[in-house]
Ligand binder design. Structure first.
Ligand code: MN
Length: 200
């Protein structure tokens, strides 16, 4: 592989279950190949085992076809979650060659990134949740700033001044540790966040 440019995303992930329960209702999955990166985060409604099963149905679906079109992926996740509790879901895909970031989301998962104009960008999810009911999903496409950081998190994390974390010169791991220190030892909701850095 000598000479081949390594385009990998630096990642820091964190998860802690509500009241340190055995089952976390949040589940995330990350997929990477030579020219793209995908991250999905699902927050099953409520908490505990039922919430975990709903989130797992979503994640298992994405694992099966991580390179599928995002809108189609959401549709497949929606079918998979039918009969289960429901979940808030967001999926992001970064294309390293085009510097484009595709996003599709439903419900209370937050995503923040720095765009190609060095501005904080946060596509808002459609309200609601994935439940198996027929609905229309919309993909948003943004341009990311190479070498900048992004953050995706469930609503168990409440974070102010997000831009400071994303634009600081700290590495991904140190930024992750800084955010981690804000999270209670015994949280009142499942908490998950993924922070990453796009390739230069
Ligand atoms: Mn939650």
């Amino acid at each position: 592989m000598a000479g081949a440019a390594e385009k990998k995303i630096d990642i820091f992930t964190f998860q802690r279950a509500k009241l340190l329960q055995q089952y976390c209702g949040d589940i995330f999955y990350i997929y990477e190949n030579d020219n793209q990166f995908l991250c999905v985060l699902a927050d099953g409604l409520g908490s505990g085992h039922e919430a975990h099963l709903a989130a797992k149905a979503v994640i298992d679906t994405v694992k099966k076809e991580p390179e599928e079109d995002l809108v189609l992926l959401m549709e497949h996740c929606n079918q998979a979650i039918s009969g289960l509790r429901g979940a808030a879901v967001a999926i992001i895909r970064a294309d390293f060659d085009t510097k484009k970031l595709s996003y599709v989301g439903l419900g209370n998962i937050r995503f923040y990134m720095v765009d190609n104009h060095a501005k904080l960008s946060f596509p808002l999810s459609t309200t609601g949740f994935l439940s198996g009911k027929r609905q229309h999903f919309k993909q948003k496409v943004l341009e990311f700033k190479p070498g900048s950081k992004f953050l995706i998190h469930s609503d168990g994390l409440v974070l102010k001044k997000v831009k400071n974390y994303l634009t600081s010169s700290l590495c991904v791991v140190k930024t992750g540790h800084t955010i981690e220190r804000l999270i209670p030892d015994i949280p009142m909701d499942d908490v998950t966040f993924v922070i990453g850095k796009f390739p230069e």
